[in-house]
Structures are given as structure tokens and as C-alpha cells.
Design a protein around this ligand. Sequence first.
Ligand SMILES: O=C(O)C(=O)C[C@]1(C(=O)O)C=C[C@@H](O)C=C1
Length: 292
Amino acid sequence: MVETVAYLGPQGTFTHEAAQRLFPEKNVELVSYPSIPDVLVAVDQGVCDRGVVPVENAIEGTVNSTLDWLIHQVDIPIIGELVYPISQCLLVHPSHAGRPKKEFTRILSHPQAIAQCQLKLRQDFPQAEWVYTESTAQAARIVSENSDESWIAVGPRKSGEISKLYVLETNVQDHANNMTRFIVLGRQKKQWEHLTSERYKTSMQVTLASDFPGALYQVLAAFSWRKINLCHIESRPTKTGLGNYYFLVDAEMKAEHVLLQGAIAEIEALGCQVRLLGSYPCFRHELVQKRT
Ligand SMILES: O=C(O)C(=O)C[C@]1(C(=O)O)C=C[C@@H](O)C=C1
């Protein structure tokens, strides 16, 4: 049976690369969607079996649209994670390859990609206007379709190859060790037979009881005295009013572990709400086979 996996496309995005690494099986069809919400809705509505979206970058932090859609708009568990290296390139139409830097008028890319290279872009192309696109590969496509314009796309080498662009420069992100964390979503857990994971995580959304001084401290204490390692914590607006937040907490433990069950029960007994967002294996790119 063919399984369908939605990803943030078009072909050649970093998310496409991540999806290829995660799903090398021959019976998997990767289906491209133009935006992160489109991927999540496709999985939520059962149009695709699973989805792959970016959630966090080492330089720019959280991909807010992924988190906000996961929390507010859809109800699909996280079933896997891949940390993947990101090398941003400057891509131009071949007819502009020899052009002086000061003649480029526009830089196009996904906001995360532009933010990862902002110092370099400001320094080398102070005259250029930044234009945000839904993905890096979409930016590459637009640059290739506008060969009369001296525009630059920021994105993966692969998107340049697909759109037949010239690579002006590689590794243009402002800091080394650029990595993005991608998550896999789906209603059915996957048997990751060809992959090895070193870690297992459980993601939770914690809503604090109102008018409860020290509530966050008490929540953290429930994990702390059980020696449960938290690998990520952040707050996002509930969207119900200024100053109202919930917390997203990632614990390095399986959801069914007795210690994590105990921590969740204790937090709920404090009057806080805990929503499980998923309990899943975490893969690093070096441990993942290539799609053949
Ligand atoms: O546009 C792409 O290539 C994507 O896959 C999106 C995305 C992101 O949203 O973070 C993925 C990885 C990089 O951090 C930059 C952009």
C-alpha cells in the first residue's frame, strides 16, 4: 500500500531533503504543499498519512507558524524528529553570474532563511530589498522565472539545481553549525526500521492555572525532583489576551514511563492542564540512510 507524506515544497526545499531522509521507502509518495499550514491541514484532514515540517532552527529559533498551527488549528500528534544541517546558498540566474554585488536589487527567500543570513545580506547587498516567500525553493523558482531581473534567492543548492540557477556563494548563514529540527506528524505511529534513534522525547503543552503564584516553578519542580531531563521549554501566546501564555515543554523520556506519568499527574493536581503533543524517536541526519 502506498503511504503519502506531505512536506513543505516545492521540490528542493530543506524540508524536502529532510522528508527524503526520513522516508526512503519505495512505497512512500512525497507530496509537495506550498506552505506549512497546507501540510498540517492535509494531514489533519486525512488527505495525506503523514507530514514533515520545520519546527526550530539553531540560528533563528522557533518556526512560529508550525507551533501555532499545531496548537490552535489542528490536532495531530508528533511521531518523529530529524535534526538536519542547513547550508544556505546565494542563487542567481546564470545570466547574472558575473554581475557586481551592488547591482542586485532584490533578495527572495523564506523568512527563516533570510534571518539566518541577515548580517551577510545587509553587509554585501545593502541596496537590495528583501522579499519573503513560502519556501526557499519557491524563491529559487521565482528568480529563475524572472531572468531579466537581477534578483537573488537564498536557499539549498538542490533548489538552485532544480531551477537551473548559478550558485554565487555557499554557506552564507551568519553562524556555523546551522541545523534545523524537522518534525513528522501523523495519526499512526511509524515503525522506523531503517533508522537508529539515540533519544526519545515527549512534547507537552502546559497551561498554567490562573492566579496561582509560582505555578511555573511548581510545574518545573514536578519534572526536576524526578530527574526528568527537559530539553526545550518555551512560551507562546494563548491568543486570548495580552500576557496570556502557555508553555511548551519537551521531556527526554517516553510518555508511558512511570516517572513522566507521575509528573503529569502532579501537574494536573496543581490545577494546570497538560496536552500531550506526541512521544517520539529523535534522529540525527548522520544516522539516516539516503533515499535510493
Ligand atoms: O524553505 C525551505 O527550504 C524550508 O524547508 C523551510 C525552512 C524553515 O522554515 O525553517 C527550513 C529550513 C531552514 O531553516 C529554512 C527554511
